[in-house]
Design a binder for this molecule. Structure first.
Ligand code: CU
Ligand code: CU
Length: 388
């Protein structure tokens, strides 16, 4: 939401006239002050008008959101207080976290051949965003994030999107250079569309539903990552490749007894209840990613947002190489502590850790850690747990 410009009145020092010339100057100055004052008044009226317009726009957006199918309209009133449900947890949260199957972070193999066929299914599905916290998502057949897509630079990518949800959706690939009005249009429930693009730009990119209100469609789980890998030999060899999609969740209830739904007011205020890697708070703390000492581990990180950056950092080491915000045609930065991945952006980070131990990976904007955006890299199969 925009903030109305604020016109502050300016003050002018006024001297005491001591002779006729000074009196004339004083009169001219007086006229000048009057003119300036008049313009200040106009700006103030403008500012009021802009603020009023902003309120009207917000009200219209809220009405539009409230009329979306699947939206709990009763939540709009409750949300005015922006009650946080951060940290809600059932008594058996630890057992649920242990039993949870983590989202597979390992980069799948890229398909061989000149064309990569990608089939995506959008679905209304109840997911868990934290142990025991249910959320009525608009997401993918397998939940949120959607499947990790891996293609090779230069491959033709054929996207087929099937909408099994209740309302129109679409899919926007940041890796594509394609006319969005042709490719990213809405798909009606029960229908499928296909489009192709050549993946010429290497890196890790977000894909997401781009149907309005986009904020709501992304926040409800309609996002994922596509890795466009450069030809073999272009990048230093990596022994492990992990994909992490950072995101926020805005809840209208605690999600314990019944699935929570999206809260637009919290989303506008950027006050999430949960923040996650790969859709579930702390899942790689319970089920750490692994590496052997001396292996090169490559993290392909997308920040799906919808609105908050992730400041990627691995506790206890330094990022040996960092391709910032995708941009893999450039040389990587070397030996950096923390790299911001903007909402809607991606970054690729290499680490090589020789000392066995538990290394937390976090968004170093630490409120995000408290809200679940944290995991562990277990180097050398050590025992024990760590929270940071
Ligand atoms: Cu959608
Ligand atoms: Cu986008």
């Amino acid at each position: 939401m925009s903030t109305a410009p604020y016109a502050s009145p300016t003050t002018h020092p006024r001297g005491e006239p001591s002779h006729p010339t000074a009196a004339v100057v004083a009169i001219l100055l007086g006229i000048l002050v009057a003119i300036l004052g008049f313009f200040a008044l106009l700006m103030w009226v403008d500012a009021l008008q802009a603020r009023d317009d902003a309120h009207k726009t917000a009200a219209a957006q809220a009405t539009a959101a409230a009329s979306m199918p699947g939206m709990d309209m009763s939540s709009m009133g409750v949300a005015a207080g922006l009650k946080s449900y951060a940290g809600a947890s059932p008594a058996n949260a630890d057992a649920i976290a242990t039993a949870h199957t983590p989202f597979p972070a390992t980069l799948p193999a890229a398909p061989a051949g000149p064309v990569a066929n990608v089939n995506l299914v959008l679905k209304d599905v109840t997911v868990q965003v934290a142990p025991g916290i249910k959320y009525a998502a608009w997401a993918w057949a397998g939940g949120a994030p959607g499947p990790v897509i891996h293609v090779r630079q230069g491959q033709m990518v054929k996207i087929t999107l099937t909408n099994s949800g209740a309302i129109p959706h679409s899919v926007d690939f940041h890796a594509a250079r394609v006319a969005p009005d042709k490719a990213f249009g809405d798909v009606m429930p029960g229908k499928s569309v296909s489009y192709t693009f050549r993946a010429n730009d290497p890196g890790v990119f977000m894909y997401h539903c781009g149907t309005k209100p986009v904020l709501m469609h992304i926040a409800n789980g309609m996002y994922g990552a596509i890795v466009v890998e450069p030809p073999a030999g272009t990048l230093p060899k990596a022994d492990k490749n992990y994909v992490l999609v950072a995101s926020e969740w805005y809840l209208d209830s605690d999600g314990l007894s019944k699935p929570a739904q999206f809260n637009m007011d919290k989303a506008h205020a950027r006050q999430p209840d949960w923040m996650t890697f790969n859709g579930y708070a702390g899942q790689y703390v319970k089920h750490p990613l692994t590496a052997k000492p001396g292996e090169t581990v490559r993290f392909w990180v997308v920040d799906a947002g919808p609105s908050i950056d992730t400041d990627f950092h691995i506790v206890g080491t330094i990022l040996d190489r960092a391709w910032v915000n995708a941009g893999m045609t450039n040389k990587p930065l070397e030996n950096v502590q923390t790299v911001a991945v903007p909402a809607g952006g991606g970054g690729v980070f290499d680490v090589n850790i020789d000392k066995p131990g538990l290394y937390p990976f976090v968004s170093h904007a630490f409120a995000a850690v408290d809200q679940g955006q944290v995991g562990l890299l277990n180097v050398g199969g050590v025992h024990g747990t760590m929270t940071h």
